[in-house]
Design a protein around this ligand. Structure first.
Ligand SMILES: O=C(O)CCC(=O)C(=O)O
Ligand SMILES: [Fe+2]
Length: 378
């Protein structure tokens, strides 16, 4: 059973997460299609934050796609594997983002997890509110990043659940409707962990660390698997709002399932926003802040955001695969030398989570404020 009392993240901000109205309810109850004034003021972004897209974005200029099948070690296929490993290395260093295909997660399970998530968000509000956050525990249904009354709001609702370890798993918040929700999430979690661990091994190999388990060892015996289902209702003025504020993910690696039809994820590259075209059954993978630290900045945790769509709602499911709560995180000694000074201080993972959770989502600032070393005099 979940040992909720032992959750170390309860009240990360003195319990100051401010509840806000569900974006889905707002659309249902108040917004009149096509009326500019229909978007309440609290959602309207200042001019410089509104969603423009880079003119450079094209099929040639988009995040790389990695074929996991080519990374299996097969006799006679060494050259193909080497090339794909190099593409993966470029993706991590140049983009911090890539998509994977042929990852081995059954398509039927991907259909199932999307279906249970959609079914959940389509429930009446009263049913969804049974999963509302309790007592400062930063999990559940609603918005978790609203920490001040004057913050611009995101046009989206979310359901955040800690799947692992048991210490932070709060089954009381897990929906019981649809009835197959729990079972589907549990099966999906195992598959996501398997892929996340494979990805960590590939990173370690590419960086020539001691062995393929180097990152897994730092992640420790109780790695965290946090899931966030994001639902962005259609918005009458997608040009004025954002579905999810620009942010970098705080953890190790993120595996994201996108909606197949609706583009919504934007990745920041050279100060421009590049949309990520959905590939059915692919996962978008991105490097989180912990990975940036462990690779001493070689792999980059990149800012991203979600935009909304005028006609269609969009669903995404993110799993954050993170180190154990008590893991000591620091740049790998192998990646620090006289030409590559140590860029980050060592810290305990839990302290960074508490810091991250206590702030509104804000670009890349969290990691820089928390752990970046000043190397200007070295
Ligand atoms: O909805 C998306 O595509 C992005 C989701 C995301 O970045 C997150 O949940 O951290
Ligand atoms: Fe994210």
């Amino acid at each position: 059973m979940a040992a909720v009392d032992a959750n170390p993240f309860v009240n990360p901000n003195g319990g100051k997460v401010i509840p806000v109205e569900s974006a889905q309810e707002l659309v249902k109850n108040h917004v009149h299609p096509n009326a500019a004034e229909a978007v309440p003021r609290r959602y309207i972004r200042p001019q410089e934050e509104r969603p423009t897209v880079s003119l450079l974005a094209s099929s040639e200029f988009s995040i790389p796609v990695i074929d996991m099948k080519k990374l299996i070690i097969l006799q006679g296929q060494e050259d193909q594997r080497k090339q794909e490993m190099e593409r993966l290395s470029d993706a991590c260093q140049e983009w911090g983002f890539f998509q994977i295909v042929n990852h081995g997660i059954p398509h039927s399970l991907i259909d199932e997890i999307k279906a249970v998530a959609k079914n959940f968000f389509n429930l009446p509000l009263e049913e969804k509110q049974k999963s509302a956050p309790q007592g400062g525990d930063p999990q559940g249904y609603g918005q978790l990043f609203v920490t001040s009354e004057d913050q611009t709001l995101d046009w989206g609702d979310l359901l955040a659940l800690s799947l692992k370890p048991n210490q932070i798993k709060n089954l009381a918040l897990w929906p019981t409707v649809p009835t197959n929700f729990r079972d589907t999430v549990e099966r999906y979690a195992l598959e996501v962990e398997r892929v996340a661990q494979e990805v960590l091994s590939l990173f370690a190999e590419n960086l020539h660390l001691e062995d393929a388990d180097s990152f897994k060892n730092v992640f420790g015996s109780e790695p965290m698997n946090l899931m966030r289902m994001n639902f962005y209702p259609a918005c009458p003025r997608p040009d004025l709002v954002l579905g999810l504020s620009p942010h970098a993910d705080g953890g190790g690696v993120t595996l994201l399932l996108q909606d197949d039809e609706t583009v919504g994820l934007h990745v920041r590259k050279n100060n421009q926003w590049i949309p990520v075209e959905p590939i059915p059954y692919a996962f978008v993978i991105n490097i989180g802040d912990l990975m940036e630290v462990m690779t001493n900045g070689k792999y980059r945790s990149i800012e991203h955001r979600a935009v909304t769509n005028k006609e269609r709602a969009r669903l995404s499911i993110a799993n954050f695969y993170n180190a154990s709560v008590d893991a000591e995180v620091a740049p790998s000694a192998k990646l620090v030398d006289e030409h590559h000074p140590c860029l980050y201080r060592q810290f305990i993972h839990k302290d960074y989570i508490l810091y991250h959770l206590s702030k509104p989502l804000k670009g890349k600032r969290h990691l820089a404020e928390f752990a970046k070393l000043d190397i200007s005099n070295t």
